[in-house]
Design a protein. Sequence first.
Length: 125
Amino acid sequence: MTRFSLLRFQGAELDETLTAAMLREARRGPVEIGLSTPCFEFWLILHHVDCARPFQSAEDAKRKLRETVPSWSESNTRFADFADGIDAACRRAQKLSPDSGEPLKNPSTGVWQLVARLQSGPEAR
C-alpha cells in the first residue's frame, strides 16, 4: 500500500538539499510526495488561473494567491474556495511539468500526480 504525503514547510522554500533529502526518503518506502515550487500555494493558484511565470519567493506566490482569492489567508484555507478547480489545477500543473522530472522548476507542482492516483481509486494505490 502506498502512503501519500503532502508536506507543507511553513516559511521554508524548497532548495536542492531539502528536495534531495525528501526524494531519497520517499524512495525508501511506499511513499509518494508532491513537491511544489516555490511553495504549496502555487498549487492553490492553479485551481483558479493559468500561471506559468516564475515567482521570486514563496511570499510572491502567496501575494498572487491573495490577489486571485481575496478571502484566502494562511490561517483560513477553505476547501470550498478550491474544490471546483481541482481538475483545472491538475491540467494546468501537468502542462507545466508533465513528468515532474524537475522538482525545483519554478513554477511547478507534482500534487496533480497525487490527486490523479487518489481519483483513480484504491486499486491504483
